[in-house]
Write a protein that binds this ligand. Structure first.
Ligand SMILES: Nc1nc2c(ncn2[C@@H]2O[C@H](COP(=O)(O)OP(=O)(O)OP(=O)(O)O)[C@@H](O)[C@H]2O)c(=O)[nH]1
Length: 415
């Protein structure tokens, strides 16, 4: 089994196109662009309906090209570089203690099932209120997938909230379609009650300020995060999921799989970051995510050690002998990679199946499911094929190839 980043997403936009006019026939739009247009269009229609205000047509929105971008902003020492290093570069959380303060914008390009960039802003830079330098706002916010604002929950956060309010107000004027994800960070070591109190306080302060300024329904979401547990991965999963077009179809596939195989929970993981890009429709369950995420880790570690291991002929003979009495190729359900493990305490098996080099399907089965493995394997096979086709269809077409122009499904996560 091999999991490795693979490059290759292309994104380009014909400046004359808006989503409501002639979006896909004459141009290719990246998944983030489509998503942004959809969110923008929803906001526009809602605002227009609400107060009759003339909200600019999406055609007037700066067109974007390139990879979707996640911007990490917030006060100094709030934890931005730590988040980026832990999630995208597998830095052990304890080693973030030695990270130096960021002096200039750090741009990170990541190739995965969907290529995107992460920009880490130094805490001392306020792009909207900088006396020394006027930032090119379009260059920063033009291609953005989401703005992640990090607030240190263990510190006095009033200034951070004031800066965030200022940022939201500026963005609402020029880029109202941008999702603003507030990470109330470093909540490890805080009691559950205290965490919720902080979240409530921050939310109220932001909502009050925005409604005082006449801004309603700004796309602001809140997450409680820490690099010392899975919460940071869970929060990133939610942020990334918003960039995936037709996410509902992925979720429907997983929901059906859970129903037919009697799985408790199924996740589609980006194996390198442990971000899950889709799950079934049952309620969120942090414990399930943690188990599956740890399992991906175990498999990756195994792969690194035994990835290119070839079985000797004798070993193969033993595996094909009693009690199996079958060729090895016929014993495995999937020609690429699969793995299963029974959690000894809960008696709930976990299965993992590779979808492609970046993605893996991980599911928690119900007690006693092992007896139904052949049937489960068949169903999983079908879903893995479906997922492969999904990403094949939605992967960006190479515009340089004649006849490879965009179709209705001409954009989305690439492989
Ligand atoms: N307890 C705790 N500490 C954290 C967490 N995340 C980051 N830190 C610590 O916060 C400190 C600052 O982290 P950085 O990532 O350098 O902060 P930054 O926002 O990038 O800072 P600037 O580059 O100055 O803007 C480090 O000592 C980290 O170890 C967390 O989730 N919990």
């Amino acid at each position: 089994m091999s999991f490795a980043f693979r490059g290759g997403n292309r994104a380009g936009v014909d400046a004359g196109n808006g989503p409501s006019s002639r979006p896909v026939r004459t141009t290719y739009l990246s998944q983030a662009v489509l998503n942004l247009h959809r969110v923008y269009e929803q906001n526009r229609q809602r605002l227009q309906k609400k107060d009759g205000a003339k909200v600019p047509d999406p055609i007037a929105v700066p067109q974007t090209k390139g990879k979707p971008r996640l911007l990490l902003m917030g006060q100094r020492r709030s934890g931005k570089s730590s988040i980026s290093s832990v999630v995208f570069h597998k830095l052990p959380p304890s080693e973030t203690l030695f990270l130096e303060s960021t002096a200039r914008i750090q741009k990170d390009s990541l190739n995965s099932f969907m290529d995107f960039q992460v920009w880490d802003f130094p805490g001392q830079i306020d792009v909207f209120d900088n006396p020394n330098f006027a930032f090119d706002m379009d260059a920063i916010f033009g291609e953005i997938g989401a703005l992640i604002w990090v607030i240190d929950a263990q510190d006095d956060y009033l200034e951070a909230v004031a800066r965030l309010n200022n940022t939201i107000l500026h963005l609402q004027r020029g880029y109202p379609h941008i999702n603003i994800e507030v990470f109330i960070h470093k909540v490890d070591g805080l009691s559950d009650d205290y965490k919720l109190d902080i979240q409530r306080d921050v939310t109220i302060r932001i909502q009050d300020e925005l409604s005082d300024q006449g801004v309603e329904n700004a796309p602001v979401n809140f997450h409680l995060t820490s690099i010392y547990n899975h919460s940071i991965f869970e929060a990133f999963s939610k942020v990334i999921q918003k960039l995936i077009p037709r996410l509902g179809q992925l979720e429907a596939m997983l929901t059906n799989l859970c129903r037919t195989c009697r799985f408790e929970k199924a996740y589609l993981f980006d194996v390198n970051t442990k971000i899950y890009i889709a799950t079934d429709s049952t309620p969120e369950d942090m414990a399930s995510y943690e188990i599956c995420s740890d399992y991906v880790d175990v498999i990756i570690d195994f792969t690194e050690v035994y990835g290119s291991w070839q079985r000797s002929p004798e070993w193969r003979k033993r595996l094909e002998g009693p009690p199996w009495m079958q060729r090895l190729d016929d014993q495995v359900a999937c020609e690429w990679a699969e793995s299963g493990m029974v959690l000894s305490e809960a008696q709930r098996p976990i299965m993992l199946r590779e979808v492609d080099r970046f993605l893996a399907l991980v599911a928690i089965m119900k007690e006693g499911s092992y007896e139904k493995m052949p049937q489960i394997n068949m169903n999983v096979d079908v879903v893995v094929k479906g997922l492969t086709e999904f990403f094949e269809i939605t992967k960006p077409k190479d515009l340089s190839t004649p006849g490879a122009g965009p179709s209705g499904a001409g954009s989305g996560p690439g492989q």
